[in-house]
Design a protein around this ligand. Structure first.
Ligand SMILES: Nc1ncnc2c1ncn2[C@@H]1O[C@H](COP(=O)(O)OP(=O)(O)OP(=O)(O)O)[C@@H](O)[C@H]1O
Length: 264
């Protein structure tokens, strides 16, 4: 059985169709990268996987059961920006999810529960390379360090699914390379299932075990809201292996032309 099964999924906002008729099956442990023109509904798709939005039609199943319609501990998420609390230290940022869950009224743990959570939080910071920065305020950290922190925060609850919405989009190329190595390492060690939206086709090809392209198959220039995007390519990839190079330029051209049209 697939870990995630999506059947005839649609998402509409009023009369605007954003996503239409999406069918997808994803096994546990896959690293799925998502690309598509700006505004085609990739983040909306991710928000539905998170449980922050519901489909208008269709089904989203996790291990054969309908996905809970609210974000749960089985799903972690990292956005491009603003996932961390700037006025809290790195360690407090990682602890906060645990504290809010275990002590929702006080927002603080005590005694052995705190001791245990603190040890786990320190371990998580070490795993993302932030051990020495545990007591720094998030606002003092560089962009790359803040994204490491956001990843540590998302992984603290041991989620089965990690949702990444352009997590490295605002970072310099050198830092992005480090982050790619980090995320691949975390993915390999944990066996977690990852969905990652990216605007960078190369990043999508390099990181994913599978690349999904979202695009419209039908379009009415008189009524652009009438049709939504769907998955037009579902490309299996091999890490470090030969990528379907002949597809990349065609995809890049398609993504850029739609992007330019929208920005014109
Ligand atoms: N809450 C909402 N209400 C109405 N329309 C919305 C809402 N959220 C998203 N949309 C619309 O849905 C469409 C898809 O948005 P979404 O952010 O999912 O696209 P995207 O592919 O992630 O874009 P980008 O690559 O630019 O981040 C857009 O036209 C957006 O305006």
């Amino acid at each position: 059985m697939s870990a995630i099964e999506i059947c005839s999924l649609w998402k509409e906002y009023g009369s605007t169709v954003v996503l239409e008729n999406i069918d997808l099956q994803v096994s546990a442990g896959e690293f799925v990268t998502l690309v598509g023109a700006s505004g085609c509904g990739k983040s909306t798709f991710l928000r539905m996987l998170l449980g922050a939005e519901s489909p208008t039609r269709g089904q989203l199943l996790l291990d054969g059961a309908p996905m809970t319609p609210e974000p749960g501990p089985d799903r972690g998420v990292v956005f491009q920006k603003y996932s961390v609390f700037p006025h809290l230290t790195a360690i407090a940022n990682v602890l906060i999810a645990e504290e809010m869950e275990q002590a929702p009224w006080l927002g603080r743990l005590f005694g052995s529960a705190r001791h245990e959570a603190l040890a786990q939080a320190h371990d998580m910071l070490e795993r993302v390379g932030l051990g020495p920065a545990a007591d720094k305020y998030a606002s003092e950290l560089s962009g790359g360090m803040q994204q490491r922190l956001a990843i540590a925060q998302a992984l603290m609850k041991n989620p089965r699914i990690l949702l990444l919405d352009e997590p490295f989009g605002a970072l310099d190329p050198g830092i992005r390379k480090d982050m790619h190595a980090l995320i691949l390492d975390l993915w390999e060690r944990s066996g977690i299932t990852i969905f990652m939206v990216t605007h960078d086709l190369k990043e999508g090809f390099d990181l994913g075990t599978r690349l999904l392209v979202f695009d419209k198959v039908r379009d009415d220039p008189q009524a652009p809201e009438a049709y939504g995007a769907t998955i037009t390519y579902d490309i299996p990839l091999q890490h470090g292996g030969q990528q379907p190079a002949e597809l990349a330029p065609a995809l890049q051209a398609r993504l850029s032309s739609t992007h330019n049209k929208e920005n014109a």
